[in-house]
Design a protein around this ligand. Structure first.
Ligand SMILES: Nc1ncnc2c1ncn2[C@@H]1O[C@H](COP(=O)(O)OP(=O)(O)OP(=O)(O)O)[C@@H](O)[C@H]1O
Length: 295
């Protein structure tokens, strides 16, 4: 999917996650997203999603993992209200999109590339969603400062994107999502283009921000290791047609750190998720066409 950042953000309808729920990555919080029986068939007949059911609860960190073309981005876009479903429903904070939209939502979307405006300094890039909402004044400046500080870009606000490394550009992109103070963050393979060291560092930083801010995160990735390291749950999808085939709880405490990456538990979960991914890939390979008749 092509990349940019979209922050359809207004004042919140949701309450912050309780600290306990966040600490545990708990799966007993209030539903933030409820995807029910969702089918998505594109105009060309591609069945991108078939019978998708998924509930994401407050304070969870859920990764979507699956082979190319299994509908991860399609599902994430639908969760953001950026794409229509063909049939089925999506509820946001237990309400229909229209109702929540009226009251305002607090979600932000970070796509695959940072897609910063190259002609604008970091501060102006981060300010964009607030400008779109015609927010200005000292509060606005403070929000921008806080977001830059949280992602470790304090002191770089007058830089141009070309002066930043790939990792720093991604940080700026995350800061741009953060200024809107979301409590639901949808991230579509945000670190896929980064080297492993940078990716690991950003994984740690996102986990810290997730805990600190009480976010709920849905995160698309192709990496088993990244999914296991970050998530309280890994949802595995298969292609042709796109569907959810596994939902694996990563029952390990937060915060996680470098020790977790080399632990037996981490290796065990990686094996379990890899096997689920292999099964999912085999399912996609053994089924036929992606056309509407298979929905
Ligand atoms: N706008 C569109 N029109 C037609 N088909 C589409 C469109 N967008 C996606 N598709 C198709 O829908 C299926 C699911 O695509 P999607 O991008 O959601 O998968 P994905 O799992 O995110 O893939 P990847 O991991 O490669 O990014 C694919 O077969 C894709 O070609």
């Amino acid at each position: 999917m092509t990349s940019s950042i979209v922050t359809p953000l207004k004042p919140a309808a949701a309450e912050p996650a309780s600290e306990d729920a966040v600490k545990a990555g708990a799966s007993n919080g209030r539903p933030v997203l409820q995807v029910e029986g969702v089918n998505k068939i594109y105009a060309n007949g591609t069945v991108a999603l078939k019978g998708a059911d998924l509930t994401v609860r407050q304070g969870e960190f859920v990764s979507l993992l699956g082979p190319s073309g299994c509908g991860k981005s399609t599902l994430l876009r639908i969760m953001a209200g950026l794409g229509d479903v063909t049939t089925g429903s999506v509820k946001f904070w237990e309400q229909d999109y229209g109702v929540v939209g009226d009251k305002g939502r607090k979600l932000a979307f970070v796509f695959q590339n940072a897609t910063l405006m190259p002609w604008a300094r970091v501060r102006k890039n981060v300010r964009l969603p607030l400008d779109l909402e015609h927010q200005s004044g000292p509060d606005t400046e403070q929000k921008i400062d806080q977001a830059l500080e949280m992602v470790g870009l304090k002191g770089f606000d007058q830089s141009f994107p070309r002066e930043l490394s790939g990792g720093m550009q991604m940080r700026a992109s995350i800061a741009r999502a953060m200024v809107t103070e979301p409590n639901l963050l949808l991230m579509d393979e945000p670190f896929g283009a980064l080297d492993e060291m940078t990716r690991n560092k950003l994984n740690d930083d996102v986990l810290k921000l997730w805990q600190k801010n009480g976010w709920t995160i849905v995160f698309v990735t192709h990496s088993v290791y990244e999914a296991v390291y970050l998530s309280s749950r890994v949802v595995v999808m298969a292609a042709r047609p796109g569907r959810i085939v596994d939902d694996i709880k990563i029952d390990q405490p937060f915060p996680r750190n470098a020790d977790f990456r080399v632990s037996t538990e981490f290796a065990g979960y990686c094996r379990q998720v890899s096997q689920a991914l292999e099964r999912a890939s085999a399912m996609g390979a053994s089924t036929g066409a992606t056309q509407e008749k298979s929905a």
